[in-house]
Design a binder for this molecule. Sequence first.
Ligand SMILES: [Zn+2]
Length: 60
Amino acid sequence: MLESESYYCPYCGEPAEALLDLSAGDQSYIEDCPVCCRPIEFELRTDGTEWELDVRAEND
Ligand SMILES: [Zn+2]
C-alpha cells in the first residue's frame, strides 16, 4: 500500500512529496531533494496502517 506524505526539504525549504510503501515496514533511506538535489534522510516508522515520517538533513 502506497501513501504520499508532504514534507519540506531541510536544506532549501521547498515542499515536496514522498511516496511511502507501508507494506515494507520500518525503513530509513536517503533520497535527493527534487529541487536542490541534496541528500535528505527519511525515516519511516509504520505498522502497515499508521505511519510517522521523519525528514532530516543527512548530517544532523
Ligand atoms: Zn531541497
